[in-house]
Design a protein around this ligand. Structure first.
Ligand code: HEM
Length: 508
């Protein structure tokens, strides 16, 4: 057969296949009756247009689609999205089995990690192995370690008081939260706070990985290649990727070290020093790949999640500096908790009881969103309901913090930083029903207690001691501009400040 004729036949067959597929998706597919644009129902290229060509903007288009089509919309051939905060507790419920959606997590190439485990039952086993390690009690036990890291952060800020140099505090926060995550979960910190540059390439990798994730969703080969590329090749692609590769290699080395000592670890009676020890102890964990690879996947992703608190700290720093009245009220409360002359700062236990500090941090988690993207859940074995709609078994349904947290019915003036909205217990209860920056249900953040401890201790220490002034930093440097799984800011300059000792206080 002639080559052109052969190509023509292949092209023709593909065309007919696409045509039949489109007809199936629009007319016969189990989601065919759901509202939404026909183009989105026909092809995922609709989503790719907003995400790949416009750079993570599908979330905003989804918001527009809800205005046009109502609270439930078919946003791709396979997926539904709900924009109704009152449905949150139902979708992210502990009742029944809920899988995650492969499409969102495959770009990370870490199938051995609990956070990215698709199947409900496998996830439950992986989570159960780690949950006690991250309990509130365990976090409280580690308070001395956390305070040590806060002191290190404070001492690094002190250096800029002395030098008068501008401080990229977002980078310092990233170093701080990565050191906490590694120290807490691996038993030894990465030492980023000791480095002159705070390991800024790694910090920047975590703020900038969004486009890779977005591309990886639509071009599956890309993340596969990225994971397998040798270090020397990545260094040509940029210092940030090379820093990430070095971080991962460190994690792999830690896994190998603990595995080589696993006999001793299994009989350790003094408590366990790392998540790898916990995982080695656990029976019947699902295997995705080799034991070493699975342990590495878990460790790499838990530690990457550990940088999340730094995002909240950046947002908080911007808003506290930009709102002197809120800063004054916060300091009044902190000063009462540790009056002038007191030698030690308030404990975690005391800080947890401070209502305004708690409200400030809560509002910071709102405007940093946690995961901003839609977090799909799939009921694999039953139909579910939204209003009068019956959702077929196996359908991914998502909701997005990036939209819910700006629902003006719940969060009036939603783009403004208003900690006071969390102070009235009745109002707070109403908001808590729809507010979940750490997620909700069986897949909720495992590091929530650690993150809160980190935020309480660092916010209270920093803003009790220092006056910070924003330097060439605008609201766009902390505002949500695109969906990069987490929120990518509108402007990429980070949060920079000049720092002085607090003028109106003489303590600490
Ligand atoms: C302000 C800080 C943080 C925020 C807002 C946050 C947010 C989230 C969210 C929204 C999820 C759920 C994702 C989903 O439903 O798929 C999640 C999961 C997770 N987070 Fe965090 N996180 C934070 C800090 C941390 C820290 C410090 C750690 C640990 C060092 C951590 C470890 C995890 C893990 C392991 C999961 C997966 C849980 C599971 O699937 O069972 N996070 N986080």
């Amino acid at each position: 057969m002639d080559y052109p004729v052969f190509l023509g036949l292949i092209g023709g067959a593909l065309f007919v296949y696409r045509l039949l597929l489109t007809v199936y998706r629009l007319v016969f597919h189990p989601l065919a009756e759901f509202p939404g644009p026909k183009l989105a129902a026909a092809t995922r290229l609709y989503e790719a247009y907003y995400d790949v060509l416009q750079g993570g903007k599908y979330i905003f288009q989804i918001g527009e689609l809800h205005k046009q089509y109502g609270p439930i919309v078919r946003i791709s051939p396979h997926e539904l999205h709900v924009n109704d905060p009152s449905y949150h507790a139902t979708l992210y419920s502990h009742i029944g089995r809920w899988d995650k959606y492969y499409f969102t997590f495959k770009p990370f190439q870490r199938p051995g990690a609990g956070a990215f485990t698709i199947g409900h039952d496998d996830h439950q086993k992986r989570r159960a192995a780690l949950a006690p390690f991250f309990s509130k009690e365990k976090v409280s036990e580690r308070e001395p370690f956390l305070s040590e890291q806060v002191e290190l952060l404070v001492s690094r800020v002190e250096r800029n008081v002395a030098s008068g140099e501008v401080l990229d505090i977002g980078i310092a926060y990233a170093a701080f939260s990565m050191d906490i995550a590694t120290g807490y979960a691996q038993g030894n910190t990465m030492g980023n706070l000791d480095r002159t540059d705070f390991n800024k390439d790694l910090a920047n990798f975590f703020t900038d990985f969004g486009p890779l994730w977005v591309l990886g969703k639509h071009i599956p080969l890309l993340p596969w290649l990225f994971r397998r590329a040798p270090k020397w090749m990545l260094s040509y692609l940029g210092d940030r990727l090379a820093a990430y590769k070095a971080f991962s290699q460190r994690n792999l080395a830690q896994v190998r070290l603990v595995m080589s000592e696993s006999k001793q670890a299994a009989t350790d009676t003094k408590g366990h020093v790392s998540i790898i020890h916990e995982l080695l102890k656990a029976d019947g964990l699902p295997r995705t790949s080799s034991k070493e690879q699975d342990l590495f996947d878990e460790s790499d992703i838990v530690l990457s999640g550990g940088t999340e608190a730094s995002r909240t700290l950046r947002v908080l720093t911007y808003h506290l500096c930009a709102n002197p009245k809120i800063m004054t009220r916060l300091r009044e409360e902190l000063d009462k908790a540790a009056p002038v002359g007191s030698k030690t700062p308030p404990s975690l236990h005391e800080l947890r009881k401070l209502p305004f500090l708690t409200a400030v941090i809560t509002e910071g988690t709102r405007l940093s969103y946690g995961a901003v993207t839609r977090l799909q859940r799939i009921a694999p074995d039953r139909t579910t309901r939204y209003g009068n709609w019956t959702i077929p078994a196996g359908t991914p349904v998502g909701m997005s913090n990036g939209l819910i947290f700006h629902d003006e019915e719940y969060f009036p003036d939603s783009h403004s930083f208003i900690p006071e909205r969390w102070l009235d217990p009745k109002e707070k209860a109403k908001l808590d029903a729809v507010f979940a920056p750490f997620g909700r249900g069986p897949r909720m953040c495992l590091g929530v207690n650690l993150a809160w401890a980190e935020l309480y201790l660092s916010v209270s220490a920093l803003f009790s001691k220092f006056d910070m002034e924003l330097y060439k930093t605008t609201i766009e440097d902390v505002q949500f501009g695109s969906d990069a799984f987490v929120a990518q800011t509108k402007s990429p300059n980070g949060v920079r400040v000049t720092v002085k000792h607090r003028r109106d206080a003489s303590k600490f």
